[in-house]
Design a protein around this ligand. Structure first.
Ligand code: PLP
Length: 373
């Protein structure tokens, strides 16, 4: 018998992520962090990339400008760069629990990026249907790099969603758009994190509205925390659509939605009624901001350190509009949700910026170019 054979077999590799015995709290992902509020049990396979736990950033600049205490909830800091991860960890975990091997979604980009990543983590196949030519480059890259089956249609998001609903009815694939209730369940955690971080709900909550699942989820999240006594107040909810894609504001679907904010380029939101209810019950509103206002807000927050994507900037554009219209009360606690990361779509950032200067590799030239000498 050789020495190797007499040695004890190495321990089987750990099947679950190791947890540190002590030290600072390490964020475990939204399902573990809020397990008692989630529709999971001990047997649910948790598919996580440790999403959530994103920064709530106090903006001194915006606070000064509008006379309120303004915080930016930067959900672009999620693993795939948007809030969609919060819903996707739930939807994919439940799909896996149900034994599904494939998932499908329609997407303006970020849902497909999240579905592709979480399906890959779970060992499942993701099919994504997107409007041709309307997906930001970074988002398309994400779906491709995670091996999703990417199908482009000559059509818009709303048509893609219709096809996906029918596919899920007629074939063995699980639909993971926000009409899947588990998506909304996961997205409630954004509201809980804000309350946990602030110690109360904000007075005013401002966010983009596209397919309207996220505003539905936030409002549910706030109300559940209030019902359990974890916040004494509820925020006024103000949602912002892009002016060229503002069906809820107009009161009818928009057949050909147009906006530079592609993530909210949606003409017939799936959660229309719930979004309208959130606005009404909270004493808030769903309004629109123009692409010009969105672009200005995008540049403004970037100049103060936060690079969010165009759709996300509609929340700050909305806040600025409220300020200009004299609708803000002084010293209110305000949260603007920044739903996705600016790196998703770098073309917009580069388009508006001056070309970098080129110099010889020389100290004095560098000093002169930087106006130091
Ligand atoms: C999906 C998305 C939205 C819109 O969210 P809805 O839940 O569809 O209203 C806004 N911003 C970004 C970056 C998104 O990815």
């Amino acid at each position: 018998m050789s020495a190797a054979e007499s040695m004890p077999a190495p321990a089987a590799p750990a099947r679950t992520a190791p947890t540190a015995p002590g030290g600072p709290h390490v964020w475990r992902g939204i399902i573990e962090e809020y397990r008692d509020r989630m529709p999971v049990d001990a047997d649910t396979p948790i598919v996580t990339l440790r999403e959530g736990g994103t920064p709530l950033i106090h903006s001194e600049y915006l606070s000064e400008l509008v006379g309120c205490q303004v915080h930016l909830k930067f959900d672009g800091a999620n693993p795939t760069g948007s809030f969609k991860d919060r819903g996707m960890t739930m939807a994919i975990s439940k799909a896996k629990e149900a034994g599904a091997q494939a998932v499908i979604c329609a997407s303006t980009g970020n849902t497909s990026a999240a579905a592709a990543a979480y399906a890959a983590k779970a060992g499942m196949t993701a099919g994504v249907i997107v409007p041709k030519g309307k997906i930001a480059l970074g988002k398309l890259a994400q779906a491709l790099v995670h091996d999703a089956r990417v199908i482009q249609i000559d059509g818009n998001f709303d048509q893609a969603l219709t096809i996906c609903r029918q596919l899920a009815e007629q074939y063995p694939v699980e639909l993971v758009n926000s009409v899947n209730p588990y998506r909304i369940d996961g997205q409630r955690t954004g509201a809980w994190e804000i309350v946990d971080q602030l110690g109360r709900a904000p007075d005013l909550h401002v966010m983009p509205v596209g397919n309207a699942g996220n505003i539905t989820a936030y409002w549910r999240g706030y109300r559940e925390y209030a019902a359990d006594g974890l916040t004494g107040n509820l925020p006024v909810m103000r949602g912002y659509q892009a002016a060229g894609a503002a069906p809820i504001v107009l009161g009818h679907p928009v057949e050909k939605p147009q906006t530079i904010a592609t993530a909210i380029r949606i003409g017939n939101p799936a959660s229309w009624d719930q979004a309208a209810a959130a606005a009404e019950e909270s004493g808030g509103s769903i309004r629109s901001v123009t692409d010009r206002q969105i672009l200005a807000a995008f540049r403004l927050i970037a100049r103060h350190g936060v690079f969010a994507e165009m759709a996300s900037a509609s929340s700050v554009a909305g806040l600025l509009a409220l300020h200009e219209d004299g609708e803000l009360e002084p010293d209110q606690v305000v949260v603007c949700v920044l739903t996705g990361h600016g790196l998703k779509d770098p073309e917009w950032a580069i388009a508006g910026a001056a070309e970098p200067v080129t110099i010889p590799a020389d100290l004095h030239e560098a000093a002169a170019a930087l106006d130091l000498a």
